[in-house]
Design a binder for this molecule. Structure first.
Ligand code: SIN
Ligand code: MN
Length: 281
């Protein structure tokens, strides 16, 4: 899948592109069928919510789950990113966020590249975020919110918030958010399961808690230009990957047909990938 000139221009202005229903229901079903078993596993890659018995995020499923290993190599997701960077990309981070009905907690206002720079020493913002909706995202179940154009400002000052949720995050203060929103407003792309968003590593984003009775399971991937690989391995390998090999795409029908993919962490996460701190400082 290639981006048109118009889409490239739009991405440059807004910092994101939305592709409603990019994946078909039968493709999403293959992924969704796997999620309950992944969330039930007792692995360090499952991070619970702070105050509820619900999974907030599952890391690195592409290393031990067959359908997600195929998704990680999907050309509909990888090719436009390669096009933007004009370079091969590797998987920096792979997570499945639960945002479970009633229990799904907030993600405070932040930029992802702020974290990658501070914690992982990623040299430049040549890494792209992808969100793929496994559930419908509607106005009630905690849609991802963006401040369009905020990526143009580069890395903003941030504070390391270790307390609001179970997962530490470099967050942007309210005064800055107020100023950015006056300038760019807020958008929240919503749509059926199978929709995809590409968004810039410096785009300011957040999501509210999910008080609705509907889960909002989404896959969030971060793909980094190979030459821009991280230099510091302070966080565990399952959060910030240390394998910089270029992603080799599978054919477009990969979610519905069998293809051989490696599952190197199927029998457990190697000890060296567990070392490091969630609380990178
Ligand atoms: C993220 O910013 O990485 C996740 C946000 C969300 O799940 O809403
Ligand atoms: Mn983020």
């Amino acid at each position: 899948m290639k981006l048109t000139e118009e889409q490239k221009q739009q991405f440059d202005w807004d910092g994101y592109l939305f592709f409603p229903s990019l994946f078909r229901p039968e493709e999403i079903k293959v992924l969704m069928d796997e999620v309950p078993a992944l969330y039930a596993q007792r692995r360090p890659e499952n991070i619970g919510e702070k105050t509820a018995n619900a999974v907030r995020t599952n890391f690195a499923a592409h290393m031990y789950s067959y359908p997600f290993a195929k998704l990680a190599r999907h050309p509909r997701m990888v090719e436009p990113i390669r096009q933007v960077f004009d370079e091969d990309v590797y998987m920096h981070q792979f997570k499945i966020n639960g945002k479970q009905a009633f229990d799904g907690d907030v993600w405070q206002w932040h930029q992802d590249y702020g974290t990658w720079r501070a914690d992982d020493q990623m040299p430049e913002d040549r890494a792209m975020n992808v969100a793929i909706f496994l559930d419908e995202v509607n106005e009630f179940n905690g849609p991802l919110m963006f401040i369009p154009g905020s990526h143009k400002l580069g890395v903003l000052e941030a504070e390391h918030d270790l307390t609001t949720t179970s997962y530490p995050l470099w967050t942007i203060n309210h005064e800055t958010i107020r100023r950015l929103v006056e300038r760019g407003g807020i958008v929240a792309p919503k749509g059926p399961a199978g929709s995809m968003i590409l968004f810039h590593g410096c785009l300011v984003h957040a999501s509210t808690s999910n008080l609705s009775p509907w889960n909002r399971v989404s896959v969030y991937l971060s793909l980094c230009a190979v030459s821009n690989h991280i230099r510091c391995f302070k966080r565990p390998g399952y959060i910030a990957h240390r394998d910089f090999a270029p992603i080799d795409c599978l054919p477009d029908d990969c979610l519905l047909r069998h293809y051989d993919v490696p599952l190197p962490w199927k029998d457990g996460t190697p000890a060296e990938e567990l070392q490091g701190s969630l609380r990178a400082t």
